[in-house]
Design a protein around this ligand. Sequence first.
Ligand code: BEZ
Length: 208
Amino acid sequence: MAVHQKQIEEFGSNDDFWLFGYGSLIWKPPPHFDQRVPGYIEGYVRRFWQDHRGTPEAPGRVVTLIDRAHWDTLSDHHEPTERVWGAAYHIPAAKVPEVREYLDIREINGYSIQFTPFHPASDSKPIRCLVYIGLPENPQFLGPQDPNALARKILQSRGPSGENREYLFNLEEALLGLSEESGDKHISDLVARCKKLEAERKSASGSK
Ligand code: BEZ
């Protein structure tokens, strides 16, 4: 679903700018938000791709969202969740230009944008939300991912934004804190793999 340029330009002018955070935005909110609402969107799956938690020569891995229809065409399926939990942030109209600049509304680090209904955990009515997603043609998009190789990559990557391990562990904690149903099995599985690898490394270095 391509987003029409006019839709993008007008979004926010009626005090209706809501942004969906599903990765680090859950625990690192955008500037100037005046409401934060935990909830979920449907029709997407979290998937890791290449980003700045590493160095340009050795990029780390962060989550993006991909369309469920795109996901169904991939061969390396982890168990998808029906709902992608996160937090929606409302940006007051007066601050929209500044926040748009901060997010680079058209394309932030190669993400593409869509609008989708966001369902607040409180069961109130859905909110139209802006969401950044990954398309197969985005340069960060990676081919099939073996979960153990992904866990190893996360453990070895660090860069200007910090340790990739910290990103993953923060993401799991932030997700679990949103609601009783908001965990993501793929994220918790990777955290468990990272902890196991670290324990194996520790015991291997202790036994030398
Ligand atoms: C995030 O939630 O981490 C995120 C949201 C939009 C673009 C990139 C990342």
